[in-house]
Unconditional design. Structure first.
Lengths: 188, 188
DNA sequence: ACCTGAACACCGTTCAAGT
DNA sequence: ACCTGAACACCGTTCAAGT
């Protein structure tokens, strides 16, 4: 993945961008998504100013880091649209969506907050994924297999907010099951 | 409510403690539980050092501020133990528990994190409430009206983590319903 | 015994000076 | 056009000097 604007970069600028992205992934994986940005600059071997030139805020760096995961989720949603059972497809996608935050502490909270924060880099980055998910969601709703009083974004927000085990960074066992069971129309 | 140690305080110290508590409630209500502690000291009219003498950390101040709400929840749990329907009693308590975080932005997140953080001031402050809730929980579990794979603390943590409406500081409509429905044994 | 505010630490963000 | 690091801002936390 390269710089988000199509504009060509000078060779050293492009190199710094890549270094920062790699360093960002390492630092966020090690210390979570609230780690000092200073560490990222240091690990990439560039000055503070360079970091802020490429990523004007923590959110911008975060978005660049998770871009591959988000786009994977988008294609996964489209694949699951082809599977026969609307409920199973929806539930399967939500499980992947939940698991994919593993490895970057604080990622799902950041996604959950960003989703409804119009204009934020996270909202922009998640828009395509959200659109694909909505197709999956609407199919389940039309099949009347889920309760009718929840919106697609609310569901994404809810699952992103599920508490994580501090050790594994993954959702503690029964939480997602409870939500999925409660989501299903008339209980399971 | 007064200073947590029984030890008598000098008149000016007691007065400062009360000023800080009042100021803390005002500032947390206005700016959320992440507001600068500096503002609290300023609003109370005392120096930084005085604030840190009475409340060694933000958590200590937070705990003093929510103490009345937590103790209310404890007595409410004991009351509901007297009501006939174990499921209705449990669900009713969880609704109060959820609503009570309204007014201090970030409070429920802080409670949710603190609950499982042994040794934290929040964990200590919530221990009696937790104990009373466990009675309510166990009664429902024994009556087999809730699923068997969730623990009392997990349930408290889950409900505390439900996303809030930034405007109202209260849980967005369908979330608690989904969780309660998913919690009920075999769906509702 | 308690209070005060100066001082330090940490880290996000900006910008003047460089290449 | 881009990089660098000094400088500033913000705020949590400590502590020497007071009363």
């Amino acid at each position: 993945m390269t710089h988000s604007t199509g504009r060509p970069l000078r060779a050293d600028a492009r190199r710094n961008y890549e270094m920062l992205l790699t360093a960002g992934k390492a630092v966020f994986a090690r210390s979570g998504t609230d780690a000092p940005l200073e560490d990222v600059g240091k690990e990439a071997g560039v000055g503070r100013g360079t970091l802020y030139r490429h990523f004007p805020s923590r959110e911008h760096l975060f978005v660049a880091i998770i871009e591959d995961r988000v786009s994977f989720l988008e294609t996964r949603a489209r694949e699951l649209l082809g599977s026969p059972d609307p409920w199973q497809a929806l539930a399967a996608w939500l499980r992947v969506y939940d698991q994919i935050a593993t490895g970057y502490r604080g990622m799902s909270a950041r996604v959950g907050n960003g989703l409804t924060d119009d204009g934020s880099p996270v909202a922009a980055a998640c828009a395509p994924m959200k659109a694909s998910f909505e197709l999956l969601f609407t199919r389940a709703r039309d099949a009347e297999v889920i309760r009718a009083d929840v919106t697609p974004v609310q569901l994404l927000t809810l699952v992103a907010a599920l508490p994580k085990d501090p050790r594994s960074d993954s959702t503690i066992e029964p939480y997602l099951d409870i939500v999925l069971s409660g989501l299903r129309a008339g209980g399971r």
